[in-house]
Design a protein around this ligand. Sequence first.
Ligand SMILES: Cc1cc2nc3c(=O)[nH]c(=O)nc-3n(C[C@H](O)[C@H](O)[C@H](O)COP(=O)(O)OP(=O)(O)OC[C@H]3O[C@@H](n4cnc5c(N)ncnc54)[C@H](O)[C@@H]3O)c2cc1C
Length: 239
Amino acid sequence: MAARGGSFQAEVLSRTGLSPHLLRLELGGPSLSGFVSTGIVDEWVGLVVPGQYANRFYTVRAWDGAVLTLDVVLHEHGLVTEWAAGDCVGDTVTITAPKGSFSLPSEARWVYLVGDLTALPALARAAEELPPGLPVRIWAEAPAPLGGYFPAGLEERGDLVWAGPGGDGTSRLAALVEGLPWPDDPGYFWMAGESSQMRAIRSFLLRERRLPHSAYDVMGYWRAQTAGSRRAAESVTRS
Ligand SMILES: Cc1cc2nc3c(=O)[nH]c(=O)nc-3n(C[C@H](O)[C@H](O)[C@H](O)COP(=O)(O)OP(=O)(O)OC[C@H]3O[C@@H](n4cnc5c(N)ncnc54)[C@H](O)[C@@H]3O)c2cc1C
C-alpha cells in the first residue's frame, strides 16, 4: 500500500554486513512498484523506521525496478543505527520520494568525488553511472578499504584512493581536499560527509580555488556531536 505524500511502505527483504561499519539493506514490496528513480547519481530517500516519525536520509545505492538497496553506516548510536543493528528483516519502513543534487556541467572534462563512509553509496553509484570516457577520480575515507565496493579497475588505475580517518576517528577530508592536485581545465567536484569538514571545504573552494558555484557540490551528510552538545544531551538525560 502506498503511503501518503509521495512516500512508500517497504519491507526489509535482506540485511547483509559489508564491513563492521556498513550494512546493506534490500527493500521491496508492492508499494515500491510506484517508486521512480530520478536517475541522479547521488539521489537519496528519507527513511522512517518502525516506531519512529522522524526520518533520516539514505542514498539510493541501487534500484532495479523491484528492489531498493540502501547502504547504512553503523555508528555509535542513533535511531536508524540502533534499528539496523538488530534483526530488522521483515520490518516495514517508510521511504520518501527520491531527490538528487549532483549536477554535472556540460563543459566538465573531469570529475573529482570525495566522501566518508556515509558517502560511499553515492561515490560508487557515480563511478558506475557517469558517462564512460569522463575521467573520474575518487577519494574515499573509511576505517579500512572495502574491497569490491567500487567498479573493478578504478583502484588499480590509481583513480580510487582510500584514506583513513584521524587516529581519534574524526574525519580529515578537509585537509585531504586542500592537498589535491587540481587540473586546469573545467571539471566538477562533488563531496559529502561530516558537516564541519564540508563547511571548511566550501570556504576553500570559494576563496582559494575560486571555483564557480556550478563547478562543485559539497553536502553535509551528518553532524558530529561536539563536547558541548554531548554535555547538553547528558544533562537532559540525567534531569
Ligand atoms: C543526502 C544524504 C544522503 C545520505 N546518505 C547516507 C547513506 O547512504 N548511508 C549512510 O549511512 N548515511 C547517509 N547519510 C547520513 C545519515 O543520514 C546520517 O548519518 C544520520 O544522522 C544517521 O541517522 P541515525 O538515526 O543513525 O543517527 P542520528 O539519530 O541522526 O544521530 C545520533 C548521533 O549520531 C551521530 N552521527 C550521525 N551520523 C553519524 C555517522 N555517520 N558517524 C558518526 N556519528 C554519526 C550524530 O552526531 C548524533 O549525535 C546521508 C545524509 C544525507 C543528508
